[in-house]
Design a binder for this molecule. Structure first.
Ligand SMILES: *[C@@H]1O[C@H](CO)[C@@H](O)[C@H](O)[C@H]1NC(C)=O
Ligand SMILES: *[C@@H]1O[C@H](CO)[C@@H](O)[C@H](O)[C@H]1NC(C)=O
Ligand SMILES: *[C@@H]1O[C@H](CO)[C@@H](O)[C@H](O)[C@H]1NC(C)=O
Ligand SMILES: *[C@@H]1O[C@H](CO)[C@@H](O)[C@H](O)[C@H]1NC(C)=O
Ligand SMILES: *[C@@H]1O[C@H](CO)[C@@H](O)[C@H](O)[C@H]1NC(C)=O
Ligand SMILES: *[C@@H]1O[C@H](CO)[C@@H](O)[C@H](O)[C@H]1NC(C)=O
Ligand SMILES: *[C@@H]1O[C@H](CO)[C@@H](O)[C@H](O)[C@H]1NC(C)=O
Ligand SMILES: *[C@@H]1O[C@H](CO)[C@@H](O)[C@H](O)[C@H]1NC(C)=O
Ligand SMILES: *[C@@H]1O[C@H](CO)[C@@H](O)[C@H](O)[C@H]1NC(C)=O
Ligand SMILES: *[C@@H]1O[C@H](CO)[C@@H](O)[C@H](O)[C@H]1NC(C)=O
Ligand SMILES: *[C@@H]1O[C@H](CO)[C@@H](O)[C@H](O)[C@H]1NC(C)=O
Ligand SMILES: *[C@@H]1O[C@H](CO)[C@@H](O)[C@H](O)[C@H]1NC(C)=O
Length: 753
């Protein structure tokens, strides 16, 4: 027997006759205007007599006269069937960065060879981490969201988080509760840091206060997002009241039962130790009913799912079991009073990250405060590397979702664990009664897209996907022209990647590796890092070099590839990895020489090779906007009202601060670093130039860490003060091919030699 959550899910779904398929026709119009009349979508009645079983989604694709007919038992099933038609029959797909390629399908549309059927193995496909909204989507426009939501729908996602614009809800509720604007606004964090304010990790904003215009315009954006999610068959997960409140609450409610939250990272208490209103206080229930109620007023009663995290990297005020149980009980009751249908969705990250605190006994006490298992849904957040569901006996019976996290801070190394995201979720499905979904919880939506589609596609296969065939099909859709001809070299390149970078089996390092040139220069501690922010490589660098060669050879055979957006993206990405790996090698060699040098021969220390590499990399990255800093900054600037340049400057400051210092005083420096043109050529280059310059002046014996630190910080300041706007992104006009031929090929020859 599966838990009752699944029953609810089925009951929630309206009957076929009342659901409109218009959203899917609109999707086709958006992405394939020339084929608007070529698809027919039909919703079939769900068989509710079997509702005690899991309600999985099903679709069937066939031909109806000249049209492609897709039948399914939910909008999500229909959308998934639509993509299946494209990937398996028309060999086109929709992607991050390069966008939808669906309109590249041959015309007339190819007909499927007989009926194609699909059935999900889990009722829910989940997407987003709370922090993805800050690392990736903070400055997204509506058209960015439109692409994202089409991508999600086509990949079968039916349960996405929907955080955008939440500050408007909080603002209105706190105002009603008699706090003033000037008491509320200083509580909010800047646009690039809202996720951690929503988590209660931080409060307030450095570099400027959150403008009211942001609050209002994000709220308008949220309305569009929610409407589109519903049209495309997704059930949004909305925010709820967590208990984190402006400090000024104590002025208005002197008797409120509040405690200081714990300190997060190394932030000064001004920005952390967020005030927490105890759930046992009647004011908590009141604010909960208003937060939930306001959203129902504004958006309608559109979901039963609410995301609510109180202790994400914050430790509870007390570890007493009775206290923990009371916190959840109070919170749960407040949520059920506000919306009787509510299901509390919670990230399970804390049980791993703060496992010193979260003993099994405490987890059980905390979860037991929710008396109805089906009122909760836990996101096992990092299931591919640090699953917690086994040690908690499937969260003591609470429904949960198996998620792949994959990257931290949107770092950009090539990386994947193909075995873990195919074999392990299917194993979990057999082993855990309360597993109800598969999902993705990346901190940033950055590279390695194939690893993400792999898990979402696994949600429609009862056996682990054969990754050999999966990668081949991916290559065919990704680069295929109208005749679907793809040079064998491209298949070969991806096969090398599949078996090396994408097949990590040594989970000592277990997430996307970081390039060391993105870290503050140092003579120690940069290399051989393990864990979930590793700098160790889990594959021989020669593997990426071979994949690169094969990719490059493909374009020799078929020069049209040079103008193919997917090819351009991938060859730049793979070259980026080649150069990152080479930086590691040169850095280690340089350090070795320096360590052995004496005052007599120190001046001969050659640091040019290391610095040159950063120049080459910057030039390469500048060929594409998705690998450049300025489009990111432009997106931030564009969200400010035209007549308020100071607001635009603040958004840009915030955007830059997140990917560099991450805090007023570099509290989590370089956590969300990026291999982007403009950062590499100025910020990272500047730091390394200053640091290596210093190494040329001192031997190991004379090295003074304080001096080095000072030089590095000054170099950072110099760049940050001038502003990174569009700096160091020259030579874009030479194009990917030009840069590769002039700058990269000679270097690779050297590496191979
Ligand atoms: C509906 O499901 C029930 C239980 O699984 C099954 O016995 C019945 O045959 C199904 N009906 C249809 C029309 O598929
Ligand atoms: C806010 O103040 C008004 C007027 O004094 C009062 O009627 C109302 O109850 C207060 N709201 C709350 C939540 O205390
Ligand atoms: C706070 O508690 C004190 C003592 O119980 C009481 O006298 C006072 O009226 C309360 N204040 C408010 C605002 O409820
Ligand atoms: C902030 O939290 C830390 C514990 O995480 C505590 O030691 C410190 O005293 C708190 N500071 C304030 C001002 O509450
Ligand atoms: C938990 O709640 C119960 C019932 O309201 C109360 O008796 C008990 O003192 C509370 N425990 C703690 C530690 O707050
Ligand atoms: C929202 O709709 C659900 C399902 O119809 C219902 O159970 C719930 O009571 C509604 N909530 C509110 C606050 O009206
Ligand atoms: C990941 O897969 C490897 C095999 O590639 C296996 O040894 C390991 O146990 C798996 N890890 C987890 C956390 O399931
Ligand atoms: C996976 O597919 C490849 C190529 O289609 C095939 O050669 C291989 O035998 C398959 N592997 C398994 C385990 O079925
Ligand atoms: C796994 O990686 C770690 C760190 O890089 C290394 O020390 C260890 O030897 C590796 N284990 C195996 C079995 O290769
Ligand atoms: C990192 O590990 C490699 C391989 O285990 C080793 O050769 C190298 O010396 C290590 N580097 C540092 C700085 O510890
Ligand atoms: C200086 O001499 C030492 C000892 O021969 C050698 O190991 C080191 O590489 C030399 N340094 C430079 C910069 O040439
Ligand atoms: C290098 O790293 C060590 C260890 O984290 C740190 O103590 C030192 O200050 C760092 N030096 C520089 C120049 O950043």
């Amino acid at each position: 027997m599966r838990p009752a959550l699944v029953l609810l899910a089925a009951a929630w779904a309206l009957t076929a006759s009342t659901i409109s398929t218009q959203g899917l026709y609109d999707l086709v119009k958006r992405r394939l205007p020339s084929h608007a009349g070529n698809f027919v979508f039909t919703l079939t009645e769900t068989n509710t007599s079997g509702a005690a079983e899991r309600q999985n989604d099903e679709y069937a694709i066939s031909c109806l006269n000249d049209a492609i007919a897709i039948e399914g038992n939910s909008l999500s099933a229909l959308a998934t069937g639509l993509r299946r038609y494209f990937t398996d029959v028309a060999h086109e797909d929709i992607y991050w960065f390069i966008g939808s390629r669906l309109d590249e399908a041959p015309s007339p549309l190819p007909r499927p060879n007989g009926m194609i059927k699909g059935k999900s193995v889990v009722p829910w496909r989940y997407y987003f981490n709370t922090v993805t909204f800050s690392y990736t989507a903070a400055f997204w426009s509506w058209s960015d969201w439109e692409l994202e939501l089409d991508w999600l729908a086509l990949h079968g996602v039916n349960l996405p988080l929907a955080w955008v614009g939440f500050e408007k809800i909080l603002l209105d509720v706190f105002l009603e509760a008699n706090l003033t604007i000037s008491e509320i606004m200083p509580f909010f964090s800047g646009p690039a840091f809202q996720a951690w304010n929503r988590f209660g990790n931080i409060q307030g904003s450095w570099g400027g206060e959150l403008p009211m215009d942001w609050v209002n315009s994000q709220f308008e954006l949220q309305k569009k997002i929610l409407e589109r999610m519903l049209e495309l068959g997704m059930t949004p997960i909305l925010p709820a009241f967590t208990g984190f409140v402006p400090r000024a609450i104590a002025n208005v409610y002197p008797n409120a039962s509040i405690v200081n939250g714990s300190r997060w990272e190394d932030f000064p208490s001004e920005y952390t130790n967020t005030t927490f209103l105890e759930p046992a206080d009647p004011l908590f229930a009141h604010l909960q009913s208003r937060v939930v109620g306001k959203q129902i007023e504004y958006y309608g009663n559109i979901t039963q799912f609410y995301t609510l995290d109180q202790y994400n990297e914050n430790d509870p005020f007390s570890g007493g079991l009775s206290y923990l149980r009371n916190v959840t009980r109070g919170t749960w009751q407040s949520l059920k009073t506000a919306n009787p249908a509510a299901v509390w969705v919670m990230q399970g990250w804390l049980f791993y990250s703060n496992s010193d605190f979260w003993s099994n006994e405490r987890i059980e006490a905390y979860l037991s405060g929710i008396a109805e298992d089906s009122d909760m849904l836990i996101l096992d957040l990092f299931s591919e590397s640090q699953p917690q569901w086994q040690r908690t006996q499937s969260y003591y019976g609470k429904p949960w979702i198996w998620n792949q996290l994959h990257n931290y801070g949107g770092n950009m190394g090539l990386y994947g664990q193909i075995d873990n995201v195919t074999v392990n979720p299917i194993e979990a499905l057999h082993e855990s009664e309360s597993l109800v979904g598969f999902g993705l919880t990346p901190e940033g939506q950055e590279g390695n897209e194939i690893i993400y589609t792999l898990l979402l596609d696994q949600a429609w296969s009862p056996v682990p996907i054969n990754t050999t065939s999966y990668f081949r099909a991916w290559v065919r859709s990704r680069y295929g022209d109208k005749d679907c001809e793809v040079p064998e070299e491209l298949y070969a390149a991806w096969e090398i990647l599949r078996t090396t970078v994408y097949n990590n089996k040594n989970l000592t390092s277990n997430a996307v590796p970081k390039a060391i040139f993105e870290l503050a220069p140092n003579i120690t501690g940069l290399t051989n890092r393990t864990g979930h922010h590793p700098t160790t490589l889990h594959y021989p660098p020669s593997a990426v070099l071979r994949a690169w060669q094969s990719m490059y050879d493909a374009a020799k055979k078929d020069p049209e590839l040079w103008s193919h957006p997917a090819y351009q993206h991938d060859i730049v990405d793979i070259t980026r990895q080649v150069l990152s790996n080479e930086f590691l090698t040169r850095y280690e060699a340089l350090l070795q020489t320096w360590t052995a040098s004496s005052a007599a021969n120190l001046t001969k220390l050659n640091t040019d090779d290391v610095l040159e590499l950063l120049h080459t990399l910057n030039t390469l990255l500048a060929t594409l906007p998705q690998f450049s800093l300025s489009p990111y900054l432009a997106s931030a600037r564009k969200l400010a009202p035209h007549n308020l340049p100071a607001v635009a400057d603040f958004y840009v400051y915030d955007a830059v601060n997140q990917i560099t210092w991450w805090g007023p005083n570099a509290e989590i420096n370089d956590y969300a670093s990026k291999s982007w043109a403009g950062l590499v050529g100025t910020y990272y280059f500047g730091r390394w130039e200053a640091f290596l310059g210093y190494l040329r002046t001192v031997t190991m014996g004379g090295y003074d860490d304080a001096v080095a630190r000072q030089l590095v910080r000054e170099a950072e300041r110099k760049v940050l003060e001038v502003g990174l706007w569009g700096v160091g992104e020259e030579r874009v006009r030479e194009g990917v091919r030009g840069v590769l031929e002039q700058d990269v090929v000679p270097l690779v020859r050297e590496l191979e030699g």
